[in-house]
Design a protein around this ligand. Sequence first.
Ligand code: ADP
Ligand code: MG
Length: 243
Amino acid sequence: MIKISNLSKAFDGTKVLDNIDIEIKKGEIVAIIGPSGTGKSTLLRCLNFLETPDTGDFTVGELKINVQTIKAAQITQLRKQFAFVFQNYALFANLNARDNIAEALQTVYKQDKQGAHSKAMQILKDIGLENKALSFPSQLSGGQQQRIGIGRAMAYPSQAILFDEPTSALDPQWVDEVLGLIKKLANQQQTMLIVTHEMEFARDVADRIIFMSEGRIVEQGSPEQLFTNPKDPRTQQFLARAT
Ligand code: ADP
Ligand code: MG
């Protein structure tokens, strides 16, 4: 359903992503792990054109694009295919929880206000924050804010949700409730690409683990394979430190 071929990106002449190929099936949960500064965030950002890739061919559902010949209208279409959950939640400070979820449903996905509000309320119920519908981000804990960030992504009719280290900015006491919500989505076969430093969690929820180092995919496989029998010395070394 999602096929990324030959994705490369350089910043100021330095290659940060070097010929990345990734395929994700519908319903598949893929976790990306690897040292910091390795290009994991850049990879996710390139999928959404938050960064412009230098090379690459993307097939996402019906949409086929080449990043060098892509037109503005296709960038808009591509962005609708991926919902993003950011490290720092990236909620709108001036909107309450309900409207944080409803906003893009109206502006990007062109739903009417009533439909967007009722979808947002349904999501708030799903994520256990129905009673916070009218609260602003500053009135919510970090864990609650990130659950709203995830709820917002759940609300969109996209092909996949991309998570960029969704718990790394959280105080430790909020980590479990956020991981728990992502796990619930995983159980519902929501297609997801999750960059995470939570190794236990990756092992638990992912169908496949990708290990990246210095802008390349070094190794990938089932959690069992990758965690118990990593083949590449770089993977072995990373896991020895991280787990
Ligand atoms: P990771 O998420 O794996 O920690 P990043 O994708 O954030 O890695 O960064 C990969 C490399 O690209 C790093 O060396 C980082 O400094 C560099 N980088 C990321 N974004 C930019 C940018 N907008 N401009 C210049 N360099 C960047
Ligand atoms: Mg990162």
